[in-house]
Ligand binder design. Structure first.
Ligand code: PRT
Ligand code: ZN
Length: 284
């Protein structure tokens, strides 16, 4: 019994998909142009496919699960379940117009021609907003469409925004926020679900670890209570006495989001020798 997973063959999601599986302790060796491989130490078969095809393969149970951008899941409208957000491949699907044009709201798009590779999502957006516009489906280099007179606006994925900038465009509406997700076939059997749960348990531990750092510091005992109160820890911080009288070593786990703010406060409270180390796995 093996679980079959589809990941992108090459492209923006490839490296992070492989890295995630590796951090889950799954050994993979993949040569370029190889379409299929087996993990060495987990009952997992890996298929390498174009991202646009992954939802269809998962719906048809050619693959049991897959890693793909939410944008592709929603655009293809296949019958699959989104099981877990994976925290990479973040981008947004946005409408952009010429930088020189004025924009006063969605109604500014009315009657315009929009070039996009996401006709389904654009159509839904227009309907939601009661706006009519012409959708021109094109498969690539969408951002040059206004410049060559093919369209008045575009709807495409944006991450840093530099592609829009270099093409003289400005972002005016965000239709969707997206990141890579794990999807599954709707009719897995109990054995497959067991394997999926095992994989998910590992993925969650890796994700948690990525969002947290282990912190060690020296605290003067007279301010120990204050310093400990600043630190959350998995249950509560660990405090051990240092060889030097009057000082303690404090260990804890900090979330990436609150990290810098807490470090500042710790320093103000007299913490010294602050060490911050990455966590490999985190199981609560
Ligand atoms: O060959 P295959 O069909 O598998 O690959 P692909 O060329 O269709 O997809 P690929 O590898 O470009 O993207 C795969 C997935 O990565 C997408 O479906 C998104 O979920 C995610 N992703 C994240 C992005 C971006 N960020 C992104 N910036 N996909 C595309 N872009 C493009 C965008 O289309 C535009 O051309 O990058 C440009 C904009 O980038 P910035 O940084 O200039 O804003
Ligand atoms: Zn694609």
């Amino acid at each position: 019994m093996k679980l079959k997973i589809a990941i992108q063959k090459s492209g923006r999601l490839y490296d992070d998909s492989i890295l995630l599986l590796k951090e889950c302790g799954i050994g993979i060796s993949h040569r370029p142009n190889q379409l299929k491989t087996e993990a060495s130490n987990f009952p997992l078969e890996i298929f390498f496919l174009r991202d646009d095809d992954i939802p269809q393969y998962v719906e048809d149970a050619v693959a049991d699960i897959g890693v793909v951008g939410e944008n592709v899941v929603f655009e293809t409208e296949k019958q699959v379940d989104v099981v877990e957000k994976l925290g990479f491949g973040r981008c947004r699907l946005s409408i952009a117009i010429n930088r020189t044009e004025t924009y006063t709201g969605v109604s500014s798009i009315h009657g315009k021609r929009i070039a996009t590779s996401y006709p389904v999502l654009v159509k839904q957006f227009l309907q939601r907003n009661g706006v009519e516009a012409e959708i021109h489906e094109i498969s690539g280099s969408v951002e040059i469409a206004p410049g060559i007179g093919l369209a008045d606006a575009i709807c495409d994925l944006v991450s840093s925004g530099s592609t829009l900038l270099t093409n003289g465009l400005k972002e005016v509406e965000t239709i969707l926020q997206s990141e890579a997700v794990l999807i599954r076939n709707l009719h897995l059997d109990p054995e497959q679900i067991k394997l999926l749960d095992k994989l998910l348990f590992r993925i969650k531990a890796v994700k948690k670890a990525r969002n947290n750092k282990y912190i060690l510091l020296n605290a003067p005992n007279h301010n120990l209570q204050k310093i400990v109160s600043l630190l959350p820890g998995m249950k509560s911080p660990t405090v051990v006495p240092l060889a030097e009288p009057g000082w303690s070593s404090v260990h804890s786990v900090l979330n990436e989001n609150e990290f810098w703010e807490i470090i500042e406060k710790l320093k103000e409270a007299g913490a010294q020798g602050i060490l911050v180390v990455p966590i490999e796995k985190m199981i609560l």
